[in-house]
Design a protein around this ligand. Structure first.
Ligand code: GLC
Length: 476
């Protein structure tokens, strides 16, 4: 059994803002179940976390964390959930705030967290062979692990879930944050700034990202957010491993949020749809397929493309529902569409997990034309609920959805290549055509039903990566 310590800023079910939390929540379970690894997870203790979890915390110890010339106190707590041990680091000043991100000093907060993780290694009775960091918030922990070597022979793996967010700060805070020599600046600096993500890319023994296609894309300036030179330099150590999905968590035959549970029967999906539409006040129309979007309403998700063509597509006999919150521009746009097409469209500008699942269960098509998508979880949930994904061929969308081909009968969805609104419109028209062609539609649904993205294979790939770093792990 190998010891792997995950470091992350969020983890389901304790605290979640996005897909990162799902992965940090479910991958340790898979590594334990399929690969017999002893994975533990260390996280910040946010005030925002539900009492349900706070009440289960057990206090372990307190220690000082040195941030340059300043000393901050950290308190270490633990709890065990589903047989995985979780550690939580608390500090009133940095984490007793509303929400989890979005503060002017987020950089400093996660530099503190990173220092505290390295310090915590001395206080927990557990010696990781691998420290596995996720996203920029843990980049400095990876750098410090390499520079300070807090545990003999401990190696590091760093996973990029989204290269857009890097944790960038002015370089002149270096002395305020670190006690290590100035010779380490070059590894942490990018473009004249202190960059947490780049620090990890420079220092990690192995770099992974959440799909093979994204691993290639981020070497290209269009996707790299400026970091392609660093990734080229490390290209031999960059590996894409597709995320899985917790198939027990997202299972329409047991999901308690649904009006009616089902395996694949369209008649049961229809019942879900009738209930849902009654509840949200959108008249049910027997023969118009339902297209949905469930997402944070941000540019990454390709919403500018949708804005360009949605009204034209609404001329067809279809219905459309969007669920999500986000940028005012998109919320305003969808509210206006719903107002002007009350028989056809509905905008649910809220975040509601139950409603999301009811939507997946009710819909025929799930739309996700992302500008970039490191992996994406929603298209996988959509497959689980037998809803056909329509995606742009980028990152994990490209690696999980293959376009339906009438000639060969292959494919589990629809896709288009260029970030172009009319290419999206064309594929929407094509999806409608296939929907009305019963034999083709049934073929497609059969393929959707067969698509499986459980964590099993990906967990195995991570272990191969861990073991490539620490040969003694294989025998240890
Ligand atoms: C980020 C990415 C998303 C990915 C998730 C988990 O949220 O934007 O594509 O699925 O991380 O890796």
């Amino acid at each position: 059994m190998n010891n792997i310590l995950f470091v992350a800023s969020e983890c389901a079910p304790f605290i979640k803002t996005g897909g990162l939390a799902d992965v940090v929540g479910s991958l340790p379970q898979a590594l334990k179940q399929y690969e017999k690894q002893d994975v533990r997870v260390i996280l910040p203790l946010y005030d925002e976390m539900d009492e349900e979890w706070k009440n289960q915390l057990e206090y372990l110890c307190s220690f000082d964390v040195q941030l340059g010339w300043r000393t901050q106190e950290a308190h270490l707590f633990t709890l065990t959930y589903n047989q995985i041990i979780y550690y939580f680091i608390s500090n009133d000043y940095y984490f007793t705030r509303k929400g989890i991100y979005g503060y002017y000093d987020d950089g400093e907060r996660f530099v503190f967290f990173s220092h505290a993780v390295i310090e915590a290694l001395k206080h927990i009775n557990y010696k990781p062979q691998i420290l596995h960091g996720h996203d920029w918030q843990t980049g400095i922990a990876i750098a410090l692990a390499n520079i300070l070597q807090p545990i003999e022979n401990m190696k590091t793996v760093f996973t990029i879930h989204n290269i857009k967010y890097q944790g960038v700060m002015p370089l002149d805070i270096y002395e305020d944050f670190f006690q290590i020599g100035r010779e380490h600046i070059s590894g942490m600096e990018w473009d004249g700034m202190l960059n947490c993500l780049k620090s990890a890319l420079f220092h990690a023994d192995k770099i992974t990202t959440v799909s093979p296609s994204y691993a290639e894309e981020i070497k290209d300036p269009y996707y790299s957010e400026g970091l392609h030179p660093v990734l080229h330099e490390r290209s031999g150590d960059v590996i894409g491993v597709i995320n899985g999905i917790d198939t027990r968590e997202y299972n329409p035959s047991t999901d308690p949020s649904l009006f009616v549970n089902y395996r694949s029967a369209r008649s049961k999906k229809r019942e879900n749809r009738i209930h849902l539409q009654r509840q949200i006040g959108l008249p049910f129309k027997e023969d118009s397929p339902l297209y949905i979007i469930v997402t944070r309403l941000v540019e990454q998700k390709g919403l500018h493309l949708v804005q360009h063509i949605l009204e034209e597509f609404l001329e067809q006999d279809i219905q459309f529902i969007v669920l999500g919150t986000g940028e005012a521009e998109f919320e305003g746009y969808f509210a206006d569409i719903a107002y002007r097409y009350p028989e056809k469209a509905s905008a649910l500008l809220t975040f509601d997990e139950d409603l999301a699942r009811q939507l997946y269960a009710s819909a025929d098509f799930f739309l996700m034309p992302s500008k970039f998508e490191p992996c994406g979880l929603s298209q996988l949930i959509s497959l689980q609920y037998k809803t056909v994904p329509i995606v742009r061929e980028t990152g994990g969308l490209k690696d999980t959805i293959s376009p339906y081909n009438e000639l060969t009968g292959e494919g589990n969805g629809f896709s288009f290549t260029n970030y172009n609104a009319h290419d999206l419109l064309n594929v929407l028209h094509y999806s409608l055509e296939v929907y009305h062609n019963t034999p083709a539609w049934n073929y497609l649904l059969k393929n959707v039903g067969k698509s499986q993205f459980s964590w099993k294979e990906s967990a195995h790939q991570y272990v191969t990566i861990y073991e490539s770093q620490s040969p003694e792990l294989v025998y240890g």
